[in-house]
Design a protein around this ligand. Sequence first.
Ligand code: GUN
Ligand code: FE
Length: 512
Amino acid sequence: GSVINPQSVTDYLALPRCLICVSPQGDIEWIVEDVENTKLNDVLAQHNCAHSDITLVCLNDGEFLMPGLVDTHTHACQVPNLGVGGEMELLQWLDNYTFPTEVRFKDVKYAERAYPDVVRRIVNSGTTTCCYYGSLHLEATKVLASLVHAAGQRAFVGKCNMNRNCPPNYIEPSVKESVDTTLALFKYIEELPKATCGEPLLHPILTPRFAISCTEELLTRLSEIAQKNPKLAIQTHISENKAEVELTKSMFKTNSYAEAYDKFHLLRNNTVLAHGVHLTEDEMVLIAKRGSGVAHCPTSNFYLSSGMARVGMLLDHGVKVGLGTDVAGGYSPSILTEIQHASIASKMLAIQAADNMKCKCSGGCSESSSSGEEDSRSCGRRGHQHHECDCECDEKPSGRFTNQKLSIATLLYLATLGGAEVCCLQDRIGSFEQTKAFDALLVSVREKDTGNPAVWGYNPDRDLTQGVTAQNADKSLIEWLERFLFCGDDRNIKKVIVQGRTIGGRDYHPSQ
Ligand code: GUN
Ligand code: FE
């Protein structure tokens, strides 16, 4: 059936008649990008497959497969807080909404009641790989880890390290306790049974909440743990809010936020840095050099009035970028919402950049439109497209992505392959490729299957089969994808598949 397959930051394939062969372990054995029905037997024979060896699944019209979504940053323990507190900014919001919500997870029974729905909701939103923050509590975070494990989701689960600048009832009492509970969680996660494919789907992750909440002594100890375990992933927040940036620089006596982490060797290739709204170009260079990735969380960045991360500039500096819901700084558990807001944020930045682009050579450039009036290419004026001018000033936009709108291909990339790179899982997930795991969504755009008329297109005469020929089938598929990304929701996700196993979606009924 129809398959969407991301290839790079700028490209994806729309394949109306693709065949993907998945092994019983859930890995992709081979892919044929275009198979005519009449040639199916030949294709199977070429791959030494008999019909009796395989289960052949044919998709219906209006259905397609795409790689599962990757959420590179979310707080499971903040789901009870979704959609409240958005009138505040970060530091005030943490004190007034977030810490009081998280402290409830001290009670394991509360965690046992809250977390099952959290994990189910995130899985059914199409997130096949998720980087979770728990609260600071060991026992509650064990509950989260075992639920994620039982659900069969690919994930990283960490408990927050936080021993200063937090309320007295929600703070770790000592460096020792913070370190001991962290190591105990790692052990618990590592001892959970492996998936049938033989590799663990669930990984521990070191989670110093953010620089402000950790003493230098604690960061030193966490860094030692990290140095001993080069494969251990690390997640934290960076440069989300201007007041936070200033406080961090003054507390750590550094010139930049990134340097505060770098001082403790916490920037490395498997570090996930959430937000990065106010990163300077020097910091981007440092982060790229260290190989760390940024979780772009545009819903949260808008909701908490943090600002707009310069994703295009990060990409031009060679920083890995994925998307994060940042629940409950973000008010949606779905990566689709992040795709929509990442698009809007990039358009806002592009509009601002065009408005602000003024040439320093004022007067030197005399280009004018054919009507004789100054047009948008003339110097010193709003909307000046600097790169179209021959002058020598140095304000030309640098790179392919800086100040540009993100294309559908780039948005899809950020939600899949980009997220995979941020998690250092690009060899396993993010696209359909031989030897990668089959982590996928079965999406339907049909209103009658999904109850979602928006993706269907509100056209009463619309019939998927009408007018679709072999020649234009890929165009229809491209339209289905775009509508799903912008108008879709969990109703359109029929199956959520991780490592070849269906673990969620509308058609998933675990009791059967
Ligand atoms: N910085 C430190 N903790 C948090 C948190 O819980 N959410 C967000 N958005 N930023 C943070
Ligand atoms: Fe966050």
